[in-house]
Write a protein that binds this ligand. Structure first.
Ligand code: CMP
Length: 156
């Protein structure tokens, strides 16, 4: 995925040992990963990239096709929608974004913008799909979370 060169991307590189540890320990509590077995987790980790975004960078743009999902390692993002006056949500460390377009095969439902220097783990759509295909349990959990987000958007 051509991330370096994208506006706001300060750095894109493989996950280091400390981050790997955070993923292995902490992510077990997060919806997306908590349903993954150790073997499945080990399978996906090599595909994740650590991407550092400057403040006020757009990670996902409403209406565009989705090519990746993101797990927030450190930082804060604001979710906005064109026709909404107020932000839809603010998400921080341990949360994830960009899953809806990949799960539902739809354009990005909202815009995701960093509100400070933010580091995310990026999982490309094709690697995401590989996990989804192999892990129905995890996919059900993620789909439930994504559907709740989608119904919140429908309340505009
Ligand atoms: P996606 O539609 O791929 O791109 C925009 C992302 O914003 C979306 O995936 C979700 O990750 C996130 N998002 C959309 N609606 C909400 C919501 N109601 N609460 C939290 N996050 C949301």
């Amino acid at each position: 995925m051509p991330l370096s060169g994208k506006a706001g991307v300060l750095q894109a590189r493989p996950v280091d040992a400390k981050e790997l540890d955070w993923l292995q320990q902490g992510m077990r509590n997060v919806g997306f990963f908590s349903k993954l077995g150790r073997a499945q987790l080990a399978e996906v980790l090599p595909y994740m990239l650590m991407v550092q975004y400057a403040q006020d960078s757009v990670i996902c743009q409403e209406g565009e096709p989705g090519d990746a999902m993101y797990l927030i390692y450190r930082g804060k993002v604001v979710i906005t929608k064109k026709e909404w006056k107020d932000p839809v949500a603010v998400l921080e460390d341990g949360d994830f974004v960009g899953e809806m377009a990949l799960l539902f095969g739809e354009p990005r439902s909202a815009t995701v913008t960093t509100s400070c220097l933010t580091e995310v783990f990026c999982l490309a759509a094709e690697d995401f799909k590989r996990i989804v295909d192999r892990s129905p349990d995890m996919t059900r959990t993620l789909r439930r979370l994504a559907e709740a987000r989608r119904s919140q958007l429908a309340k505009s």
